[in-house]
Design a protein around this ligand. Structure first.
Ligand code: C6P
Length: 426
């Protein structure tokens, strides 16, 4: 069972909760939430897959294209200068949001997936040799498994995964044992599991790896919208996330990396903007962060991410987290009232989502029937097939929360699930 201890472990001092009025104001920022689906009010609970966008983000993207769009870093003309300033301004916003030491440590990518591939290809290609090991956990998203497998195939290195309990908690003793059981060159783990909701003890895991001189990548795709992240306090070496999970546009991501590591790494891709001098004999690369940003980036998308972070900051991540935890506690209690429903992932430290199965009913049927009731959830393996294999199920249904969700929406979800159950009992 999820309880308030999860809330307290994430939020040091309890912030003021979101009042009804705040919530109404927040919801009013999201035009898409006003619609009806199958003639029912939309209840959007697929936020872990991608969250909806507030007006401020939609407007920032639209404003870029309608009033000052041009390519960046290239032109001497006014529009290019304005686009460049807005793009680099967004980089500074990301730096401040993560509390990184320098904007040079913020690399824009296409998403968390590309951020991880960048590290696997560049850092991994340079550092990892045959016989070396990469350590992940058993609860990773495919984006934090497959890039390492590809690296292992290329180099002859080995991928190891630290196991987790049936409650969905990492077995720390096993993690430590695996750190010591071979020449581990990098640890990469998910901060908040998209399939279980487990919040991993990131600081402890990083300290344990660093005590052995091993650098750490944190997959922050799910944690970024739900808890305040301070990369200097965490002391992670790399942190990856996607804009679309934190109210920003899709097609944009971030890789944070410590400057000394990024400086020493070779470029990921070659092309325009990542060079300082090119001849046919040799190329000199640009300084950070440009060295890792080859080609024209998603300019308006990055600017939209900056607007998303402003929007989140205006509410405060602590308040967002507190609201979502209240919802998760309420949802967990109500879901547990349904006979035959089993929540997958009951870790003490848990956030933002409830994944579940129902006896004798395929998760895709649950998702389809819920959709007819206006409730959007994700049904499937959530790109975390090893997690499904752990529980011996092909898929789960997953309700995931954002700041705009309400208790009433949880009630709609639960009522719709009772309907699902009745339909299958006929
Ligand atoms: N998880 C979900 O429904 P991209 O696709 O690059 O924006 O994010 C990849 C990714 C990496 N790590 C974790 C923990 C994730 O949850 C995701 C994306 C979505 O759970 C889509 S599969």
């Amino acid at each position: 069972m999820n309880d308030m201890s999860a809330l307290h472990s994430i939020i040091p001092s309890a912030p003021p909760p979101l009042e009804e009025l705040d919530l109404a104001r927040i919801r009013a920022d999201f035009p898409i939430l006003r619609q009806r689906v199958h003639d029912k009010p939309l209840v959007y609970l697929d936020n872990a897959a991608s969250v909806q966008k507030p007006r401020a983000v939609i407007d920032a993207v639209s404003e870029c294209y309608s009033s000052y769009y041009a390519n960046i870093h290239r032109g001497v003309h006014l529009l290019s200068e304005r686009s460049t300033a807005a793009y680099e301004g967004a980089r500074e916003k990301v730096r401040a949001f993560l509390n990184a030491a320098s904007a040079q440590e913020i690399i824009f990518t296409r998403g968390a997936t590309e951020s991880i591939n960048l590290v696997a290809s560049s850092f991994g290609g340079q550092t990892v040799k045959a016989g070396d090991e990469i350590l992940i956990t058993g609860m990773e998203h495919h984006s934090n498994i497959v890039p390492w497998q590809l690296l292992c195939e290329r180099t002859g290195a080995k991928l190891k995964a630290a196991p987790f309990t049936d409650a969905g908690e990492l077995i720390l003793e096993e993690y430590e044992r695996l750190l010591d059981s071979g020449p581990v060159k990098l640890v990469a783990f998910v901060h908040l599991s998209n399939a279980l909701g487990t919040l991993n003890p990131a600081k402890l895991m990083i300290d344990l790896a660093h005590a052995r001189g091993i650098p750490v990548l944190v997959d922050g795709a799910q944690s970024i919208p739900h808890l305040a992240v301070d990369v200097r306090e965490l002391d992670c070496d790399f942190y990856a996330f996607s804009a679309h999970k934190i109210y920003g546009p899709s097609g944009v991501g971030v890789l944070y990396g410590k400057k000394a590591l990024l400086d020493a790494m070779p470029p990921y891709q070659g092309g325009g903007d990542m060079i300082s001098l090119v001849t046919f004999e040799k190329t000199e690369y640009a300084d950070l962060p440009n060295k890792f940003e080859a080609g024209t980036p998603n300019i308006a998308g990055v600017i939209g991410l900056g607007a998303a972070l402003d929007w989140v900051n205006a509410i405060g991540l602590e308040r967002i987290a507190a609201h979502e935890h209240t919802l998760l506690d309420y949802a967990t209690a109500r879901l547990n009232e349904i006979p035959g429903l089993r929540i997958m992932g009951t870790a003490r430290d848990k956030a933002a989502l409830a994944a579940f199965t129902m006896d004798g009913i395929h998760p895709h049927d649950i998702g389809t029937i819920l959709d007819r009731e206006g409730v959007a959830v994700r049904a499937g393996h959530h790109c975390a097939q090893p997690v499904m294999q752990h529980y011996g199920v092909p898929a789960t249904a997953r309700a995931s929360f954002a700041v705009y969700n309400t208790r009433d929406e949880v009630d709609v979800l639960v009522a719709a699930l009772w309907k699902v159950k009745e339909m299958f009992e006929l």
